[in-house]
Design a protein around this ligand. Sequence first.
Ligand SMILES: Cc1cc2nc3c(=O)[nH]c(=O)nc-3n(C[C@H](O)[C@H](O)[C@H](O)COP(=O)(O)OP(=O)(O)OC[C@H]3O[C@@H](n4cnc5c(N)ncnc54)[C@H](O)[C@@H]3O)c2cc1C
Length: 407
Amino acid sequence: MDKPKIVILGAGYGGLITNKTLEKLLKSGEADVTLINKHEYHYLTTQLHKTGVGTATDRQIALSIPELINVNKTRFLKAAVSTVDIDNQEVHLEDGEMVKYDYLLIALGFEVETFGIPGIKEHAFEIRSFRSSKAIYHHIKKQFTLYKEDQNPSRLTFVVAGGGFTGIEMLGELADGLPKLCKEHDIPFEKVRIVAIEASPSVIPFFPKQCIEYTTEVLEKRHIELITSTKILECTPEKVVLENNINVPTQTLIWSCGVKGNTIVQKWGLPIEKGKIPVDSYLRVKNMKNVFSIGDCSLFMKDEQSSLPPTAQVALQQAPICAKNIVDSLRGESLMTFEYHHKGSVASLGLMAAVGKVGDFRLSGLFGAFMKQVIEARYLFNLGGPALIIKQHVGVSREPVKMTAKQ
Ligand SMILES: Cc1cc2nc3c(=O)[nH]c(=O)nc-3n(C[C@H](O)[C@H](O)[C@H](O)COP(=O)(O)OP(=O)(O)OC[C@H]3O[C@@H](n4cnc5c(N)ncnc54)[C@H](O)[C@@H]3O)c2cc1C
């Protein structure tokens, strides 16, 4: 008899940890597992701002997937998914290949939300993937080179839209990394402007007052110009147009104003709510027994009104339960309901400071930065044990990552 086929789409936080757990739970020969991802590497999305400014090497952020999985237990396909045929239980890939499944996990992550603001899609930069973040880095370097030719000050103005977690992490990283890049290009750092634009009255508005004050102080001390209570109306190749007749001349707008579920899943005939795949308490797609979805492309309602946010923390808590429920499904056993436990959130403000809240404790400064490192190291530990932590910190390859897939 054919073994059941489990297919995982996406090797981000959710897909990869589900795969790792399946490798542990499945008995030898119990099922065939195929992991499909459009890149050969798994990128640490929560650290993509470092790639954007060049403060981390490629391989510290983009980890080779074949080195993270057990190739005797998992078949890895580097391929982009184009469609899923739910009726025939088939996954179709862009290269024309077809993969059959009995159990499917859709963990294809997020896309950037532009809210239809003119020019954002065309001219702004996204912190979405390793590739899009690398594009920011190359663009910044190009601006420095061109500035030496035309002395156009807008080339040295770097604007970050959105003062949420991702936005402040990018700002902190720019403040850390740009002085070094200036030195490399023989440009005085004093000529650089870093500008933050936020529609709410403050950065990280959803955080306690003390965290907001601390973050504002750190950013201002680092000469970051904060423009709050102001919406972006348009982006052109030369400027960002704001409310109240404000124009910021710039060639670099980094957009971090929100995300939505990967829109590719909307074409597959699955139920879609709020742009995402609604799942039940077992993480199965609504009204389906053999299709699961977790992470940013799925919609898990924590109560009648609100859904879980698109965070790595959610995807990482869902993954082991999802793996267990896939195994229990194929064994005909009862499934486990998923319950989310919020552990807290910490955002870096460059290497030496961070802000956040863990349980009832507010974190800031160097201790916050240390805790942020601990959180990132804990993920590496779950992925590859202490050996991976050591490798990523001291033995990581300095070779640039080859990017073949689009996006
Ligand atoms: C800069 C930044 C900082 C963040 N910081 C934090 C933080 O501190 N804490 C936190 O909890 N969350 C944070 N987040 C959010 C977090 O990164 C996401 O919630 C998390 O990555 C979601 O995991 P996922 O598995 O759903 O998707 P992802 O990690 O996005 O993985 C999706 C995978 O699917 C692949 N894929 C997509 N389309 C296709 C296709 N068609 N075919 C094949 N493969 C495909 C992608 O290449 C990717 O590997 C941050 C996000 C950003 C951008």
